[in-house]
Ligand binder design. Structure first.
Ligand SMILES: NC(=O)C1=CN([C@@H]2O[C@H](COP(=O)(O)OP(=O)(O)OC[C@H]3O[C@@H](n4cnc5c(N)ncnc54)[C@H](OP(=O)(O)O)[C@@H]3O)[C@@H](O)[C@H]2O)C=CC1
Ligand SMILES: O=C(O)CCC(=O)C(=O)O
Length: 411
């Protein structure tokens, strides 16, 4: 099922549980604005290359729209739409004063030089600068983008509107980025996992984890899990996968990935087929790469008892049903990976206040938000007698619906 169909399906199930009025349901589902722009740049060799960029602004009932920008060959309008909608529910689950948006450019960042990436980012920003803004729509990094990408957006935007650090989050700390933002999504995954395990009378220590994706989110999650006594028994990225049933030495793997641009060739474990990573034996599976990877083809073979969705939309609804029958507990993306956007909110607040928090305060506040988020999701599970995904969806959709009704529709 495509990402948008799957996301719409989950939204509609939640709307039904909440008994939402059908007209309100329709209004919440249709995006506020969809932007599609052509971005042509001269390549380093002088030839031209054209790319398509998207920004979908899904909803702003609770505040400025917020969400990352993805550079990946598979970026398409439906996927960006789905990811923007997920951001609306995610910011509401986290209870931060934002709506939802997402952007992307269909490109392979690994095939572009640094200067080509800079030109592409600046052209994209020129095309959307009048539709984003500190109190309108605030981009951040996602797959294939990073603090440097945010610095270029900030610089290009500022040429039109004056210096505006709060127009993006996840920027370098030298430009007003928040301490702790780089690790925030992975740290949020740790706090979310701790909250879930606590409820099952368990802790991170001694659990065996498998992590798909070893970029920003996957590598930080791995590092923090291993620092807290968890055993990462397998990890993968686009270059390959590696397994060690005694637990991978994460600091060595991080060093290897930095030096070799991937997990492939790491000697602290055995190479395995990357396509089998999700069905490796473990207690807890953390997908931290692409969407739709857990589906009806592999759901029956998954051995984990818990799945923590660090990636956005990693689990297809068909897989959800299969896994529920197997008794696998899934902590859904719109809660599990909300640590990133929560610390983005802290960054925006710091920029607006012109005051920088220390990292201890950032991490402490993040833990408070993640712990409260888990309690709020569980309360909705109890009210609606539903699983954690529907608990999170009903929580997010209900908060957005309430804000929408309060603001009204008078022209
Ligand atoms: N960054 C953030 O703050 C947030 C990110 N997310 C979500 O987390 C996920 C990961 O994002 P992020 O870590 O930022 O992105 P990165 O680009 O930093 O890392 C992505 C990782 O996934 C790997 N990868 C790509 N394709 C595959 C594949 N087919 N199989 C295995 N691994 C693959 C990449 O490998 P390689 O590097 O070799 O290409 C890389 O290790 C995404 O779904 C994103 O939307 C969610 C919330 C916030
Ligand atoms: O930090 C942000 O604003 C958004 C992060 C993001 O894109 C996500 O949570 O999926």
């Amino acid at each position: 099922m495509n990402a948008l169909a799957a996301t719409n399906r989950n939204f509609k199930l939640a709307a039904r549980l909440l008994g939402l009025d059908s007209k309100l349901e329709k209004s919440l589902l249709i995006p506020f604005r969809e932007i599609k722009v052509e971005c042509t740049i001269p390549k380093d060799d002088g030839t031209l290359a054209s790319f398509v960029g998207f920004r979908v602004q899904h909803d702003n009932a609770r505040g400025p729209m917020k969400g990352g920008i993805r550079y990946h060959p598979e970026v398409d309008p439906d996927e960006v739409n789905a990811l923007a909608q997920l951001m609306t529910w995610k910011t509401a689950v986290a209870n931060i004063p934002y709506g939802g948006a997402k952007g992307g450019i269909g490109c392979d960042p690994g095939e572009l030089s640094i200067s080509e990436l800079e030109r592409l980012t600046r052209v994209f920003t020129q095309k959307i600068h009048d539709l984003i803004g500190v109190h309108t729509d605030v981009p951040a990094p996602d797959m294939g983008t990073n603090p440097q990408t945010m610095a270029w957006i900030l610089d290009e935007y500022s040429k039109f509107h004056g210096y505006s650090p709060a127009v993006v989050t996840g920027k370098p700390t030298d430009l007003g980025g928040s301490l702790g933002r780089d690790a925030a999504t992975g740290r949020g995954v740790l706090f979310a996992t701790e909250a879930l395990l606590h409820e099952h009378g368990k802790s991170i220590a001694g659990q065996r984890f498998v992590i798909q994706g070893f970029g920003n989110v996957g590598s930080w999650a791995a590092q923090l899990i291993s620092e807290n006594g968890g055993k990462v028994v397998a990890a993968s990225d686009i270059t390959g996968a590696v397994k060690n049933s005694k637990g991978l030495d994460i600091p060595s793997l991080l060093k290897h990935v930095k030096e070799n641009r991937g997990v492939k060739g790491f000697h602290g474990g055995d190479p395995i087929d990357p396509s089998s990573i999700l069905v490796e034996d473990c207690d807890i599976l953390i997908p931290a790469a692409l969407g739709g990877v857990i589906n009806r083809e592999n759901a029956n073979d998954i051995k984990a008892k818990f799945i923590i969705e660090a990636a956005n939309h990693p689990t297809d609804p068909e897989a959800d049903e299969i896994l529920a029958k197997k008794g696998v507990v899934i902590l859904p993306d719109i809660f599990a990976n909300s640590g990133g956007v929560t610390v983005s909110y802290f960054e925006w607040v710091q920029n607006i206040q012109g005051f920088m928090w220390d990292e201890e305060k950032v991490n402490h506040e993040l833990k408070t938000y993640m712990t409260k988020g888990f309690k709020d999701v569980k309360a909705m599970c109890k009210t609606h007698n539903c699983d954690l995904r529907m608990g999170a969806f009903t929580l997010g959709v209900n908060r957005v619906a309430r804000a929408t009704v309060l603001r009204g529709w008078e022209a």
